[in-house]
Design a protein around this ligand. Structure first.
Ligand SMILES: *Cc1c(COP(=O)(O)O)cnc(C)c1O
Length: 231
């Protein structure tokens, strides 16, 4: 049994309250932080709930699952890919997503740019950076971020909105804090060097969203706190 809408609404309210609290602590304007509900593994109703609440976008981590779900959910909702993408699925991803957050190689940038060109689309992307230097995570190494960004900015059919990271799984909250601070520092370095504004910093999930907001996140990707545990 999937959760009822009323429970979802209460959870979104509670989460927005938590985000606002973290913003207050950090001296930030809550309007700078967007909540992205992560609907992966959950039924199409999860995305319908997001629309009904008035949220603009949802996150999915697998292309095929999102394609099937999106077909069941009419309406003005943007779909963002947050999971690893292989170059051979670039075209499918460009057709079915409104933004791709998990771009971490020149090979993938090339494939996405070509697909977007063929479809006459300017594809918004985020560069995923492995800011926590976690061997278990995808994402470009921080050292190659400047080269990757330069390459991305030269792709005519892509629009680079910002950066994304996933903190290493750790019982020590300082690990996530360092990871997020590192992504923000990388953004500042890249902006100074290449002049790209990189407005979006996608960081923070159910377990570490307050830390992420304190460190400058503009987009928190939340699944469990909204929809409950995944099977
Ligand atoms: C699943 C997922 C999330 C959401 O995680 P929760 O802990 O359930 O909030 C966020 N970001 C990415 C990249 C994910 O794959």
């Amino acid at each position: 049994m999937f959760i009822e809408y009323d429970l979802f609404r209460e959870r979104v309210d509670a989460l927005l309250y938590r985000i606002a609290g973290a913003c207050r602590t950090a001296g930030r304007d809550p309007a700078e932080v967007t909540l992205l509900p992560v609907t992966k593994t959950h039924p199409a109703a999860a995305a319908e709930y997001a629309i009904r609440y008035g949220l603009a976008a949802v996150g999915e981590n697998r292309v095929q699952e999102a394609v099937e779900k999106r077909a069941l959910v009419p309406g003005a909702l943007r779909w963002e890919l947050i999971g690893h993408l292989q170059s051979n699925k670039a075209k499918l991803a460009v057709v079915h997503f409104d933004r791709i957050q998990s771009v971490d190689s020149e090979k993938l940038l090339t494939a996405l740019d070509r697909a977007a060109g063929e479809l006459g689309k300017k594809m918004p992307v985020l560069l995923q950076i492995n800011a926590g230097n976690d061997p278990a995570k995808f994402g470009a190494e921080p050292a190659i971020a400047p080269r990757l960004l330069e390459f991305a900015l030269a792709r005519p059919h892509l629009q680079v909105d910002g950066l994304m990271t996933i903190a290493p799984l750790s019982p020590d909250p300082a690990v996530a804090q360092r990871t997020f601070a590192s992504l923000r520092a990388i953004r500042e370095g890249l902006t100074a060097r290449l002049g790209a504004p990189l407005r979006v910093l996608s960081m923070g999930m159910t377990g570490d969203l307050e830390t992420a907001v304190t460190e400058g996140s503009t987009l928190v990707r939340v699944g469990t706190a909204l929809y409950g545990p995944r099977e």
